[in-house]
Every structure is written in C-alpha cells, then in structure tokens.
Design a protein around this ligand. Structure first.
Ligand code: SF4
Length: 447
C-alpha cells in the first residue's frame, strides 16, 4: 500500500475533513503513516482564521519541500481554507506543492491525487462542487463518538470571518442520508454523534421540503443503539423556539450548548454583523435555562475587534459573569485580508489586545471553575470511553455536559458503557468520581 501522511491545522471541521480524506484515500490503497518521512503523499489541511496559522503552514511547506529533494516521487497537497483563498500565493511561495484543493472537492481527492501524479504539474481545484456526503473514515478512528456533517458552508458574512468565502453557501444534507450514516456508525459501535455545521441550527431551510434541526434531532433520537446527540456550531440568530423545545424534549440531546457570543457590546456586535444584540443573546440563554435548567454553555469571544473600547470590553466581561459559562474559547482579533473588518478604522493595538485577553481569561477561569465545582457531590451519567490519562488503573468518560470524569470502575464497567458516577472532587480540568450505588442511580433516573 502507498503511504499517506496528513497534517491538520485549525478547527474541528478540518479534523473531520482530514478524517474523510484519509477514509477516501484508503479506498485508493493509501494507508496512514505517522512519520512524514515515510510518506508517498502528504496532505496539509490548512486554516486561514489567523495570520499566524498561515505563517505556520508556509513554514511547514518549506520543510516538506526539502523532503521532496530526497524523494522526488513524493506528492504534496494542500487543502482547506488557505487552499480555497490563497491558491496563487501557495503556488508562488511553495513551489513544491503538487495539488491544491478546497473542501468542495474532497469527494474527488483520489482522482485529484492521480492527476497530480500523472500530469506532473500542479493541479488546482478550488471551485464549488456538488454537495456529496462523504462517510468514509480511516480504520482505527474512534468508533465510540463520531462527527457527522449535516450541512456545509455559511451565509452569515460576519465581518471578521473567511468561512463564507472558503466553504461556500449553506447546503444541507438530506435527513435520510444523515440517518443512514448514523445507523452505519452505530452498527460499528458508535454511541454518541456530534452533528456538525458552520451554522448547524440553520440546518434544513435550503432543503425541499424544508426541515430544521429540531426535526432532525427527533429522527436521530429514534436510532436504536445511539445514546447521545451533540451539535455544533450554532448562531444565536437562527435559534428558534422549536429548537429550544427540542433541547428539552428530545432525550438523547445532551445538556451542552456551544453558543458563540463573540462580544458583549452591541456596538461591536453590529460591526461584526452578527445579527443579534446582547439583550437578545441573554434572553435566549434565559429561555434555554428555563427549558433545560442543567444546560452547560460554552462560547467563543473575540477581544480587540476594531473599534472595541474599554467600555465595550467591560460589557463582554459582564456577560461572562451573567451567563456563567462552563467553557470559553478566547481569541485575540486577528486581521484577515479580504474581510471587511481588516479594513476597519481603529484597529486595536496588540498590547491592548494582550491585556484584555489576560483580563478576560482571569474572569473566565474563575467563572468556569465555579461552574465546575457545582458538580461535586452529584451523580451523573457517564459514557465510558477509555482509561484515565493519568492513571491506567482508572476509567475515564464524559458526562452529558461534556466534562471528563476519571473513576475507579475497572472490571465493573467497560468502554462503551453508560454508567452513573458520583462526583467526589472537581479538579481544575476534570472531575474525579466513584461508581454510583444503585440507590443513587435510581434517584437520578427518577428526577
Ligand atoms: S456564522 Fe460563523 S462561519 Fe458563518 S460567517 Fe459568522 S463566524 Fe463565520
């Protein structure tokens, strides 16, 4: 078999795309290798969200070019957001690259690699292609939990984001196709799926007849053998009462909601073109908590967006205190050429961004630690997914609210089981617990 090495930068969507590429190339008789020096084909899956990410890719491509001098048959491919946005720069700055393709062309990766080998000249494939559901996965990829793409693209046009240009317009996969993929995953041992889309809660409105994520939840819930449903990423703008009701009513949907806020200031949200206000966001959080009191929220926040004042920043801090997130991803604003925000006046100096980043993290760490501590003493459902990283004698799993729990259960429960664990200690990054006794378990089930 030929040897494939994959290098992935960026987000979960990229991780997932790399997995699909590995699965597709497996059918072309490529096996994954861990060491790039052993490879006949290296594909770099790129991220364009920050300038630093792009610099990293160009530096890596420079290193790979050296490998090509040792092995002239080596084929080097670049995929992902940079491929879509900067194909010319890639050709100019990284002449060793043989193949550049965007995410719409993933389904044809096998043909593209063949062409690059055959034609011995760079192959570029960065236009929009037909929507194809790719279900191929490499052997050995985790079967217990799986990502399932339910839609591609985004049409929101947030002023800081390159995604609408790199992944194209919103296109949903048909529910039947998604369900078939999930049934097949469950047949291979999968117990938890994460439904993926750039704006997953806009799912289905482009289909004929239109449908929505609430309806999809209900149908996925009926898949026998599947235990948990997660979904990401949502945009507050598309959050409907129907979806909130589904969060409450569909039993397998977990109490974990990633709801990006980006900024707590209306002035900044407007410049970001996010389509909601701070008050609307807080109202949504309240409505969801009324429906599902145990809901854990996570979010994305950007500090130092152009024009962000101290007062704007203070409003972001204030929302973190009010919502009491379980997890927060903080990003310093980074200028992306070609996005409207890159040309906005009043770019915030780096030292101000750094200081706000530190101050925000202090608040985030305090708030998330408090949220974490609330779980001590509670008995929670855990999906056992392996042994503890720190102690091989212990098992590890995740709660429905997406917390890692380590506990002593060897010989009594196994990987893939759903069990009940009483949390004995909330450590900064994980929970410790013990298997619950029957009475506690029964008490939880009767709630
Ligand atoms: S909704 Fe998300 S993916 Fe779409 S433009 Fe905004 S930030 Fe980018």
């Amino acid at each position: 078999m030929a040897k494939l090495h994959l290098i992935t930068y960026g987000c979960q969507m990229n991780e997932y795309d790399s997995e699909r590429v590995a699965g597709l190339l497996r059918a072309q008789r490529y096996e994954l290798v861990a060491d790039e020096r052993d490879a006949d084909l290296i594909i770099v899956n790129t991220c364009a969200i920050r300038e630093k990410a792009e610099d990293k890719v160009f530096s890596k491509l420079g290193e790979l070019r050296l490998l090509k001098t040792l092995n002239p048959e080596l084929v080097i491919g670049v995929m992902g957001c940079m491929a879509q946005l900067h194909q010319e720069a890639i050709q100019r700055r990284a002449p060793g690259v043989d193949l550049v393709f965007g995410s719409p062309a993933i389904a044809r990766v096998g043909d593209l690699v063949d062409r690059a080998r055959r034609e011995r000249r760079p192959v570029l494939e960065t236009g929009e292609g037909p929507l194809v559901k790719i279900t191929a996965r490499p052997p050995g990829s985790s079967r217990l939990r799986a990502f399932v793409t339910v839609m591609e693209g985004c049409e929101k046009h947030c002023t800081f984001c390159v995604v609408p240009r790199t992944r194209g317009r919103e296109r949903s996969h048909a529910p039947e196709t998604i369900l078939a993929e999930i049934r097949s995953l469950v047949g291979e041992g999968c117990r938890e799926v994460t439904l993926l889309g750039q704006t997953v809660n806009a799912y289905g409105r482009d289909l004929t007849p239109p449908t929505d994520l609430a309806e999809l939840f209900a149908r996925v819930n009926d898949v026998a053998g599947l235990e948990r449903i997660r979904f990401t990423t949502s945009n507050p703008y598309n959050l409907t009462p129907r979806l909130i009701a589904a969060l409450r009513d569909v039993p397998k949907v977990c109490e974990w909601f990633h709801l990006p806020l980006q900024s707590g200031s209306d002035a900044v949200l407007e410049r970001m073109n996010r389509g909601y206000t701070r008050a609307r966001y807080l109202e949504l959080v309240d409505t969801i908590r009324d429906a599902v009191p145990d809901m854990a929220f996570s979010t994305d926040l950007i500090v130092g967006f152009p024009g962000e004042t101290e007062a704007d920043f203070a409003r972001t801090l204030d929302v973190v205190e009010q919502v009491r997130y379980d997890n927060v991803f903080v990003f310093r604003y980074s200028r992306r050429p070609g996005t409207p925000a890159a040309d906005m006046a009043d770019q915030v100096p780096d030292e101000v961004k750094a200081s706000r980043n530190t101050r925000l993290l202090e608040v985030v760490n305090r708030v998330t630690a408090e949220r974490h501590r609330r779980l001590a003493g509670r008995t929670l459902e855990v999906l056992v997914d392996g042994t503890s990283r720190k102690s091989a004698g212990e098992l590890s799993g995740r709660t429905r609210c997406n917390r890692v729990v380590n506990f002593d259960g060897q010989g009594r429960v196994a990987v893939g089981d759903l069990t009940w664990v009483r949390v004995t200690e909330a450590l900064p990054h994980s929970l410790r617990g013990e298997l619950a006794r029957r009475a506690e378990e029964a008490a939880c089930l009767s709630k």
